[in-house]
Write a protein that binds this ligand. Structure first.
Ligand code: 2BA
Length: 110
C-alpha cells in the first residue's frame, strides 16, 4: 500500500479529482497554501495499491499539464524596517504537480 501526496494548482483540482475518481481511486482533498508564493493550492491524498501508483501519476500528469514560467513580484525588504519594503520581479515555474509517494505501514478501516 502506498500513499500519494499530489500538490496541484487550484485551477486543476476538479479535472484531476474527476479523472482519478472515474478510475476508482479514493481521494482526500486538502486545502493547502504554498510556502513560497503564499497562494492557495490543493493537496490530494491518494491511498492505493503499489501497482497502481504509476497509473495515478499518469492521470495527474495528463490533467495538470506542463509547467510554465511566470513572473511574480516578491516582497523585498532592504534593511530591518518595513519602510524599506519593496517588490522585486522574480521568475518561477508553476503548473504540473509536485508528487510524493510514501510507503504505508498499516491501512485499516474500522
Ligand atoms: P509554493 O511554495 O508557493 O511555490 C510556488 C513555486 O515557486 C514553485 O512551484 C517553485 O517554482 C517556486 N519556488 C518555491 N520555493 C522556492 C524557493 N525557495 N526559491 C525559489 N523559487 C521557489 P512548484 O515547484 O511547482 O511548487 C508548487 C507548490 O508545491 C509549492 O508552492 C508548494 O506548496 C508545493 N511544493 C513544491 N515542492 C515542495 C516540497 N519539496 N515540499 C513541500 N511542498 C512542496
Amino acid at each position: 500500500m502506498k500513499l500519494i501526496y499530489a500538490i496541484v494548482r487550484y485551477d486543476n483540482e476538479d479535472e484531476v479529482i474527476n479523472a482519478l475518481t472515474k478510475k476508482h481511486f479514493s481521494i482526500t482533498k486538502l486545502a493547502t497554501t504554498g510556502g513560497f508564493l503564499k497562494k492557495g493550492n490543493t493537496t490530494l491524498m491518494i491511498g492505493t495499491e503499489a501497482d497502481r501508483v504509476k497509473e495515478a501519476i499518469e492521470i495527474i500528469k495528463k490533467e495538470c499539464g506542463k509547467r510554465q514560467k511566470i513572473t511574480v513580484n516578491m516582497p523585498y525588504i532592504s534593511g530591518s524596517t518595513m519602510m524599506n519594503c519593496a517588490t522585486m520581479p522574480m521568475n518561477v515555474e508553476v503548473g504540473g504537480a509536485t508528487i510524493f509517494v510514501i510507503d504505508v505501514e498499516e491501512y485499516e478501516k474500522i
